[in-house]
Ligand binder design. Structure first.
Ligand SMILES: Cc1cc2nc3c(=O)[nH]c(=O)nc-3n(C[C@H](O)[C@H](O)[C@H](O)COP(=O)(O)O)c2cc1C
Length: 206
């Protein structure tokens, strides 16, 4: 099995979401020693830029336009990002909440992989997206300082659930640590330790 860990915090060793993901991965590797687990941190290196050329190329087929040469070159790069993602049999996504949503580098990664006719389709009668990727397990490991899951300003968890579902990845499991900001190292560590068991038991079911 190819297990892809997409990590979306730029904080490395200081990251709370990555720390919980490490507990999950430790247990998963212990139980599945033959699986390969690779980490893709979306801040380093950043995903390919998605700007003028890419957004014009994205809609060229729908506007009946021939793609430009630079558009085609950009598209090739995007297809390699999608291939790398789609190769994974299981996906772990660890991410902090940033301003009620996701960090910009993770959004940039999603802007690369969310592509019509490649990762999702559109049903013109029901006006709904249809996933074109195969379903597979997705473990979300999310952290925040204070925004409770289910609160109406939580645009992190519902958004992530929706975008992966739109691509066909619906076997989604969730761990949310929502009070990660504590005044001392000891308090922060004690709080995160509460999620170790949760992460390990989630890993056993993954
Ligand atoms: C730019 C930025 C924006 C943040 N926005 C929110 C927020 O909207 N709600 C919240 O509860 N916490 C917010 N936080 C706190 C982080 O989500 C929290 O510290 C999280 O545990 C960090 O995870 P990490 O250590 O894996 O990066 C924000 C932190 C940063 C750096």
């Amino acid at each position: 099995m190819d297990v892809l860990h997409i990590s979306a915090s730029p904080k490395g060793e200081r990251s709370a979401s990555r720390r919980i993901a490490e507990s999950f991965i430790d247990e998963y590797s212990r139980q599945n020693p033959d699986d390969s687990i690779r980490e893709l941190n979306v801040f380093d290196p950043l995903p390919p830029a998605f700007g003028r050329v890419e957004s014009i190329r994205k809609f060229a087929p729908f506007f009946g336009e021939a793609p430009s040469e630079e558009g085609e070159a950009a598209w090739k790069t995007i297809l390699t990002v999608i291939e790398d993602f789609d190769q994974a049999d299981k996906i772990i996504l660890s991410s902090p909440m940033w301003n009620y949503s996701i960090p910009w580098a993770l959004k940039l990664y999603l802007d690369n992989i969310m592509q019509p006719r490649i990762t999702f389709g559109y049903d013109p009668t029901t006006m709904e997206h249809r996933g074109l990727l195969r379903n597979r397990p997705l473990q979300l490991i999310l952290t925040r300082s204070s925004t409770a899951p289910g609160h109406f300003v939580d645009f992190q968890l519902p958004y992530l659930r929706f975008v992966f579902d739109a691509m066909g990845i619906r076997d989604t499991r969730v761990i949310v640590a929502d009070q990660t900001t504590k005044p001392s190292v000891e308090d922060r560590e004690a709080y995160l330790a509460l999620f170790d068991d949760r992460a390990r038991s989630a890993a056993s079911e993954f």
